[in-house]
Design a binder for this molecule. Structure first.
Ligand code: NAD
Ligand code: UDP
Length: 338
């Protein structure tokens, strides 16, 4: 089976590419490297002992993308490519809407043109916003709180309409909770450019001394220790969720949405404690003001993915931290510049 992976050089994409190669899929990655480094794919191929095709193409480039579809016949597409930083999206809404919406529209047009109608789409728990109830299930109302989250939610709507107009399309939307972790080899992992936004890379870069301290955004939330609670999910469990989604597509499911999370929340302080245990390093931290737009607590009801995809997250918080720490120790500055 030949799969086109957009954004495959990125954090979640690279781990998914490795799982796909190991499971025997042929893959072509399309990525413009705006937030990644081709070294990730070199290492993916080295770990798998197999090769993939890499096309450095921007999804916004109609004709270059068309050429990719002309060169080969794809059975399915996994669409990771997007800009993903919520705070940046508030400052640069047009860049986010253009990249994430137009990029998806152009991809869908090419897929329709070449008769490729099976798609797995990367969405986010961010579409729920401040949910009324936890655990959050797929039928909870969506209140995306920032332009980034709105791009994810609008793409979901577009995909639903595409399927409604032509039921030949099979589309699985995966709403990820908080992806963390790295491959246990320590060869591939999350490689944020500049100062990270997400808490796990801030913790690991603090542990190794690249950052002076972790600023904890708020200690007065209505949670057991006052810090924000999230459902952290190991990136390899997420990657395997994509393989399960591809298998599901072969049963022609139509349009479906699945949460991928562990049904369990941890606070920032619990995360810090787990990371300290695993790394043996002290993480200096300081409480600061709440980050605008943050919510107190979010964790997944992932029963639907469990029931219908046969998927569940298997790696616990200690393993997530241990794998991040190995990646950070082996690559203190991230991937070398290509
Ligand atoms: P990432 O930035 O590491 O990977 C995204 C990749 O897409 C990058 O390699 C980037 O270069 C590429 N890309 C972006 N715009 C492109 C374009 N126009 N053309 C070609 N390539 C383009 O991010 P990630 O963490 O791996 O996230 C992957 C997907 O998962 C994204 O769609 C993101 O919205 C979604 N997601 C991520 C998280 C998270 O916390 N990491 C949570 C929920 C959902
Ligand atoms: N967080 C923090 N300091 C940071 C980054 C994040 O205290 O430097 C907190 C944040 O307030 C939230 C949790 O860590 O409670 C997870 O934040 P992240 O940005 O990783 O994920 P998201 O908020 O998008 O779920």
């Amino acid at each position: 089976m030949n799969v086109l992976v957009t954004g495959g050089a990125g954090y979640i994409g690279s781990h998914t590419c490795l799982e796909l190669l190991q499971a025997g899929y042929e893959i072509t990655v399309v990525d413009n490297l705006v937030n990644s480094n081709v070294e990730s794919l070199r290492r993916v191929q080295e770990l798998a002992g197999k090769s993939l095709i890499f096309e450095q193409v921007d999804l916004l480039d109609h004709s270059a993308l068309e050429q990719v579809f002309r060169r080969q016949r794809f059975d399915a597409v996994i669409h990771f490519a997007a800009l993903k930083a919520p705070a940046e999206s508030v400052a640069r809404p047009l860049a986010y809407y253009h990249n994430n919406l137009t990029g998806t529209l152009i991809l869908l047009e090419r897929m329709a043109q070449f008769g490729v109608k099976d798609l797995v789409y990367s969405s986010s728990a961010a579409v729920y916003g401040d949910a009324e109830r936890v655990p959050v299930s797929e039928d909870a109302p969506c209140k995306p709180p920032n332009p980034y989250a709105r791009t994810k939610w609008m793409c979901e709507m577009i995909l639903q309409d595409v399927h409604a107009a032509d039921p030949q399309w099979n589309i699985i939307v995966l709403r990820y909770f908080n992806p963390v972790g790295a491959h246990p080899s320590g060869r591939i992992g999350e490689n944020p450019l500049g100062i990270p936004n997400n808490v796990m890379p801030v913790i690991s870069q603090t542990a190794i001394g690249r950052l002076p301290e972790l600023k904890i955004f708020g200690n007065d939330y209505p949670t057991p220790d006052g810090t924000g609670v999230r459902d952290y999910i190991h990136v390899l469990d997420l990657a395997q969720g994509h393989l399960k989604a591809l298998e599901k597509l072969s049963t022609r499911p139509g349009f479906e949405i699945y949460n991928l999370g562990n049904h369990r929340g941890y606070s920032v302080l619990e995360l810090v404690a787990a990371f300290e245990r695993v790394s043996g390093r002290k993480i200096p931290y300081r409480f600061v003001e709440r980050r605008p737009g943050d919510i107190a607590i979010s964790f997944a009801d992932a029963a639907k993915a469990n029931r219908e995809l046969g998927w569940r997250g298997e790696r616990d918080l200690e393993q997530m931290c241990a794998d991040v720490w190995r990646w950070q120790l082996n690559n203190p500055e991230g991937y070398p510049e290509a």
